[in-house]
Ligand binder design. Sequence first.
Ligand code: BEZ
Ligand code: FE
Length: 315
Amino acid sequence: MTDTINDQNQAPDHALTPDQAAEQARREEELIQRVLDSFESTPDARLKELMQSLVKHLHAFIREVRLTEAEWDQAIEFLTAVGHITDDRRQEFVLLSDVLGASMQTIAVNNLAAGNATEATVFGPFFVDDAPEIQHGEDISGGAHGQPSWIEGTVTNIHGEPIDGARIEVWEADEDGFYDVQYDDQRVAGRAFLRSGADGEYAFWGLTPTPYPIPHDGPVGKMLEATNRSPVRAAHLHFMVTAPGYRTLVTHIFVEGDPQLQIGDSVFGVKDSLIKRFEEQPTGTPTPNGRDLDNQTWTKARFDIVLAEDTHPQA
Ligand code: BEZ
Ligand code: FE
């Protein structure tokens, strides 16, 4: 609480007589009412609700912090820079939404808790929709560097019944923190899709995830630096799971013991239920499907995926 603001987002209570403060508050509130009224005849009821609520919250913010004109200029400059760096490959507005927690809040509001259904988290900018298909037990790494990791689990519904043929998209960064789309050639690596079997089972080889920074060479990165925040994401492996009649699940698994979990994930994507043990396997430990790892160490993780029924099926 600063000394310039009172609890009702009203005018500054210092340096003004009570009469002046009342007049100031009346002017500010009258403006809000006029802006709200300007949306009164919006034909679409939902658009009207969104716009009027936005106006209320935006004006409350301006009044609460007593926004200066220089700060308003700076905010416009910042948003302009966010727009300028955004193109087909770089979406700085989504990144801004991510680091403000707005993406995760929208996900929370739209993925209502349903029994023991697996929790959702951020999508991120590195999914591509033409990843190669792999069969049960095959490798998604495509030559990307990192410690091999065997990931296995089942896809079931909230009643524990297996889901046959669910499409499981998986993608992840290499050990240096780069996705294939960030390489300077057209290689496909660290991504694939596979299908669950009749008993709901799936398994594949990936890489033990490592922490990496979100793109931070633009205005969002500058904002993180100015606020003493780290751009680093906790180590994770992305999943998107779809099956007819079920809600699409976009999620990750995180690595138990990753120090970044304590420091904090830059986009607030971590849920306790998504933190999994990646068990270290000593050199020479036989692999589940006989793959010869040439004496490398490897890890093993289990992720049982539970899909919620789709309560809003498309016509
Ligand atoms: C990612 O995990 O790939 C990601 C998510 C949000 C922003 C940037 C990257
Ligand atoms: Fe990621």
